[in-house]
Design a protein around this ligand. Structure first.
Ligand SMILES: *Cc1c(COP(=O)(O)O)cnc(C)c1O
Length: 397
């Protein structure tokens, strides 16, 4: 029965993927499904042993002392920023070339995002541009490891040390990535990961913050649970009392136990997932440079890239939007990641205009993200590469 169901599921997935190859896709197997169902049959379906176990394994994998799991990467960013206690109105320097959550988390905490331009090769925030944006109000730097390539972290840390700034790393793209031989997860004061289905491992929705700082970890555990000073465990059982205090304004960002059971199984497979992604990248890197008019991703020597995204840049004489449309028509789920944050009307209303963000504008006008996930077959890759070649041809002149 289970086998028949699995077979049906695989056929369904295959049919969908034949028509349209999405840019990201989760990998869920029968073992994952079994782990989730087991939890659903038990007593603790939220805030139980699987949450703690997942946190322990995640912290262990990234090499951090603590992990705090929550219901999304966005929630993780919110408590990561919130636990630092930066005064209202303080400025935080960040990149405009990222998913909007990286900046919205600052707005949630009454902080002012200040955008510094990106490096035109890695698309990561440029440390030199960070320096230009520092004012007496600057209190932190929030850097994003775009596509899974760690930033120039040592330089960013030096700037932070010199100006006494906190550091937040948005590593939503960078689970398993390494900088100078060490895994991302404890370079900044707080590091955020996301377990959305397009990311390396998934819990459906979900995220986590890792840190080496016990005090910050304690604060984040409160922030995810209404600001409460006692955990569910502290208040359960014959000897427990009912009293608790609310110490700060927290939210309900708790993740369920069955999600964490899934997370645990997924984390066991991260090594294979990363290898599969590398193989896809190798296939692209072999075929795409032969096509005139595109540039493949640049990788620094001091990193291990975790390949959340694979992006190409089109030459300036090629019409990116036309290319995008042609590829989509062929059923290839190309994407444009990202629309710079200052371009959104919410941010325009707040007074952001993109001044001084020349590299960001240029990259945004030329970038295309090709599908990259663990489920891509050799046939898919052939189809994608042939489509790129044909569509580039049509975009010339
Ligand atoms: C995915 C992502 C997040 C978090 O997103 P959620 O969907 O809330 O998990 C944050 N920052 C970046 C750069 C992301 O790509």
């Amino acid at each position: 029965m289970a086998e028949a169901r699995a077979a049906c599921r695989n056929v369904e997935i295959a049919l969908v993927l034949m028509q349209f190859i999405p840019y990201g896709h989760q990998s869920i197997d029968e073992e994952d499904i079994k782990a989730v169902v087991e939890v659903l049959k038990g007593d603790w379906i939220t805030t139980g042993p699987n949450v703690e176990e997942f946190e322990k394994e995640l912290a262990n994998y990234v090499g951090a002392e603590h992990a705090i799991a929550v219901n999304s990467g966005t929630s993780a960013l919110d408590i990561a920023v919130g636990c630092l206690g930066l005064g209202p109105g303080s400025e935080v320097i960040t990149t405009p070339f990222t998913f909007v959550a990286s900046s919205n988390c600052l707005l949630y905490n009454n902080l002012k995002p200040v955008f510094a331009d990106i490096d035109p090769k890695t698309f990561n925030i440029d440390p030199e541009k960070i320096k230009e944006k520092i004012t007496p109000k600057t209190k932190a730097i929030l850097y994003v490891d775009y596509a899974g390539q760690p930033c120039r972290i040592d330089e960013i840390k030096e700037i932070a040390a010199e100006h006494d700034l906190s550091l937040i790393e948005d590593a939503a793209h960078a689970l398993g990535a390494e900088y100078k031989g060490k895994r991302v997860g404890s370079f900044a004061d707080v590091t955020e990961f996301s377990f959305h289905p397009v990311k390396h491992i998934t819990t459906g929705e979900g995220g986590a913050v890792t840190t080496d700082n016990e005090e910050l970890a304690e604060k984040m555990r409160m922030l995810r649970n209404h600001g409460m000073d006692k955990s569910v465990k502290d208040r359960f059982g014959k000897d427990a009392g009912y009293v608790y205090d609310i110490r700060m304004l927290g939210r309900n960002y708790r993740i369920t136990d069955f999600q964490c059971a899934l997370g645990l199984k997924q984390l066991e497979k991260i090594g294979g997932f990363l290898k599969k992604r590398e193989a896809v990248v190798e296939a692209y890197n072999e075929r795409l440079p032969n096509i005139e008019g595109i540039t493949i991703p640049y990788v620094k020597e001091d990193v291990k890239h975790s390949w959340h995204l694979y992006n190409i840049l089109l030459d300036k004489n090629l019409n990116r939007d036309k290319f995008f449309k042609l590829m989509r028509t062929k059923g290839i789920g190309v994407n444009v990641l990202y629309i710079p944050i200052h371009k959104f009307s919410l941010y325009a209303k707040l007074g952001y205009d993109g001044e001084g963000l020349q590299n960001t504008s240029d990259i945004y006008s030329r970038i295309i993200n090709l599908p990259l996930h663990q489920e891509l077959s050799k046939e898919d890759l052939d189809r994608i590469c042939s489509a790129v070649e044909e569509c580039i041809g049509e975009c010339k002149g």
